[in-house]
Design a binder for this molecule. Structure first.
Ligand code: NAD
Length: 484
């Protein structure tokens, strides 16, 4: 890794805006043929992608390191491996997902057959963020291709090396009339959003999510919004503190906290607060400073993506301290490297930015609670979180939190890992998004689930209800209302 220049400040170049309508038209033209493809043909395209992933591991790791010094191991796990998992799971189930899904026959429709027949939506737009710039482009792309769509992919301009690599990958693996990458910033997004896509899959901030939804409304295009927000982690008095601390430290400081489902703030029962803080300090040392030279020297810790986000985070931290916050751990920042130390801070007032906005960096504010109800009320008083983490060995407490605190997804006694389960839908609600991805849910997102009912020819139960509304028909309607 030593030969690679890290954290280039450059942005990805903008695609030529005048070409976008033609690119779109080409995808549109091709999408009709894709509609008729067999499972084997779709699988062949995905297998080709799988081969490229296997052969290009180093290129992917190098691009991510160049973008924000993402450790190669972290890139392998949280960008490549998770993409492979999605791909394998999809290939394993593709035929089953594509098949018509039979449904039962209710009595009033006796004699009919009915099924749900998934069909491709057509041409879809995928807009990806910078924080997992490879995986968050690949994951929806896999689902969209599995569902038989042509795809336009717009990676984030903030991670130019990965953006360029995605463009190269798509050119090497796919027919340009089926998948295209359009690099660039908001100007490119804005131009793309003018086009009448059949679905838009957006991953990014709630602010931009609103812009995407407004633009989509113009064409009544369906949207999936994978957004962010403040995901709480709650540690109760029964939790195994060493275990909880280790998992919180891993989930929070992975990718230097730039993870949509990273724990954003910590609520801890007052009786175990000090013990948990000490365990978090020790776990941070074990995971990120094993040789005692400081986290900044560690090869296992990423950098903040750029100067803008570094300044935003430094300001949040400075404001937190200025308004009465107490540093429990960390606090070192170094602008020359966009480095921010894993930081734990308590006593920050509720109106400070650390409690008001999504942190999206390695700073964890902490707050104590007395009763579980108080903790849950605190969570519910804020916009719905994408993820919720609960550390508890009490079944009663787990049940209480699960039934009182809505969230997109939950890991109990862990952080982050629920998103690795291929059979769990991933997505948010309210401010954290709408729609679902991963596995079958991702396939369905990019499919039109067409309802088909096949009636027999001749007399049918429904015909008995046709006009004229004779006393006999009225009797049939009465029976229907009472018994069916
Ligand atoms: P962002 O919203 O700034 O950008 C996302 C994408 O939108 C980029 O491709 C960007 O070029 C484009 N964009 C930016 N401004 C635009 C505009 N005005 N009009 C149209 N497009 C525009 O988000 P980000 O900073 O790249 O990512 C961080 C955010 O994404 C955080 O809120 C995080 O929680 C969220 N996120 C969510 C998930 C999830 O799966 N739910 C995953 C990763 C990140």
């Amino acid at each position: 890794m030593s030969t690679i220049v890290a954290s280039s400040p450059a942005l990805a170049p903008n695609a030529d805006l005048t070409t976008l309508p033609n690119l779109f038209a080409r995808l549109k033209g091709r999408s009709e043929a894709l509609r008729r493809e067999s499972a084997a043909e779709r699988a062949a395209r995905l297998e080709e992608l799988g081969r490229w992933l296997t052969q290009n591991r180093r290129r992917i790791e190098q691009a991510l390191y160049a973008d924000f010094r993402k450790p190669a191991e972290e890139a392998a796990l949280s960008e490549i491996y998770v993409s492979q998992l999605e791909l394998r799971h999809t290939l394993q189930h593709l035929r089953e997902w594509m098949s018509p899904r039979k449904v039962g026959t209710p009595l009033p429709l006796l004699g009919t057959r009915a099924w749900v027949q998934p069909e491709p939506k057509g041409v879809v737009l995928i807009i990806a963020p910078w924080n997992y710039p490879f995986y968050l482009a690949l994951d929806p792309l896999i689902s969209a291709l599995a569902a038989g769509n042509c795809c336009m992919l717009k990676p984030s301009e903030m991670t130019p090396h990965t953006s360029a690599l995605l463009r190269e990958m798509v050119a090497e693996v796919f027919d340009p009339s089926e998948v295209v990458v359009c690099e660039g910033d908001r100007d490119v997004s804005t131009a793309l959003l003018q086009l009448p896509f059949d679905h838009i899959f957006f991953t990014g901030s709630p602010q931009v999510g609103k812009i995407v939804m407004r633009a989509a409304a113009e064409h009544l295009t369906a949207v999936t919004l994978e957004l962010g927000g403040k995901s709480p982690v709650l540690v109760d008095e029964t939790a195994s503190l060493r275990d909880a601390a280790e998992k919180i430290v891993w989930g929070k400081f992975l990718n230097a906290g730039q993870t949509c489902v990273a724990p954003d703030y910590l609520l801890v029962h007052e009786s175990v607060r000090n013990a948990l803080v000490e365990e978090i300090r020790q776990a941070t040392r074990r995971l990120h400073d094993a040789d005692g030279r400081g986290v900044q020297q560690s090869d296992s810790y990423a950098r903040i993506v750029n100067g803008h986000h570094f300044r935003r985070l430094s300001h949040l931290l400075e404001e937190g301290q200025r308004t009465g916050g107490t540093l429990e751990m960390g606090g070192i920042v170094d602008q020359s490297e966009c480095f921010i130390e894993p930081t734990l801070i308590s006593n920050v007032p509720e109106d400070a930015g650390l409690w008001q906005e999504e942190i999206f960096g390695p700073i964890l504010p902490l707050r104590t609670y007395r009763t579980l109800m108080e903790a849950v009320d605190f969570i519910n008083a804020r916009p719905r979180p994408l993820a919720l983490y609960l550390f508890s060995q009490s079944r009663e407490n787990r049940r209480y939190v699960l039934s009182h605190a809505p969230a997109g997804g939950v890991s109990v006694n862990d952080t982050i890992v629920h998103l690795m389960h291929p059979d769990l839908p991933f997505g948010g609600l309210g401010n954290s998004g709408m729609g679902r991805c991963h596995g079958r849910y991702g396939f369905d997102t990019f499919s039109n689930l067409k309802s088909v009912l096949q009636q027999r020819v001749g007399p049918t139960s429904v015909k008995m209800l046709y006009p004229p509304y004779t006393p006999r028909v009225r009797k049939m309607i009465d029976l229907l209302l009472r018994f069916f």
